[in-house]
Design a protein around this ligand. Sequence first.
Ligand SMILES: Nc1ncnc2c1ncn2[C@@H]1O[C@H](COP(=O)(O)OP(=O)(O)OP(=O)(O)O)[C@@H](O)[C@H]1O
Length: 290
Amino acid sequence: MPGDRQNDRQSGLSDDAGAGAPDGTAALQAVDLTVCLGGQPVLQGVNVVFARGRWTSIVGPNGAGKSTLLKALAGLLPASGGQVWLAGQPLAAIGARTRAQQLAWLGQGERALDELTAYDTVMLGRMPHQGWLATTTREDECIVREAMQGTQTWAFRGRSLAELSGGERQRVLLARALAVRAPLLLMDEPLANLDPPHQTQWLLDMRALLARGVTLVSVLHEVSIALQADELLVLDAGRVLHHGESGDAATRAAVEAVFRHRIAVREVEGQWTAIPNLHSSIHSNVHSKT
Ligand SMILES: Nc1ncnc2c1ncn2[C@@H]1O[C@H](COP(=O)(O)OP(=O)(O)OP(=O)(O)O)[C@@H](O)[C@H]1O
């Protein structure tokens, strides 16, 4: 059955996750996290624990607050209330360099310097480990090469980002995040622009990282891929609708509900898969009878 893989791992799920004192064993945690943008609350009292060595996918409809949550977890957006804890310490109290070593980031539509070569872009991932004015080491070069070969970007390492396709560019940015070698990787729509073979490769890369004990948090619109994660965090209108093991029936029900039953989660060849629910009772105005 799908989801068996997570049974032999220790789940960080609990009914009162984050509601009280921080969990010192968690890789990352939000406690009563509220974020306001444009004067409006976009996230409201989010409590979530991300257990070490597990992969959590955040899913929900457009505007649910997924990117906002990921940015707040990375310290890229300030909290209006509550707190983020990284490895048992308040994120705000951790210096920028230590934070950059501990937490790698792959943003949605991330801006990068177009004139930089792919190689130099990936080398930026090694910056948190380099001293001021230090030259790159042999180890940095080996790590960059490995990250680029793993993402099939080594062949165009000498080309500038401006010359790359959307998918090629996305793979370079993934290689940059991998080159950090951080124990925690946050990714906002990492599959954007990736073709199916590269989506499958990404999944294999994530499995390899999990085997090395890396903690993964991803925002994904590809629900079938999100269901491959250990846990799903289902967001709706800035609140946590459900947080559970992806193999649980309650989690699948929450996923169908949050997308207003326009998708159905079915088992296909041993994997939970989201398919369009063409028989949903909710019809678009285009086809409804007047
Ligand atoms: N700078 C901003 N000022 C005001 N409102 C904002 C700002 N940025 C985002 N929002 C609003 O916050 C809400 C959550 O946005 P967010 O980008 O987190 O959603 P999301 O779940 O990632 O959506 P999507 O699936 O479309 O990427 C949306 O309603 C959005 O319009």
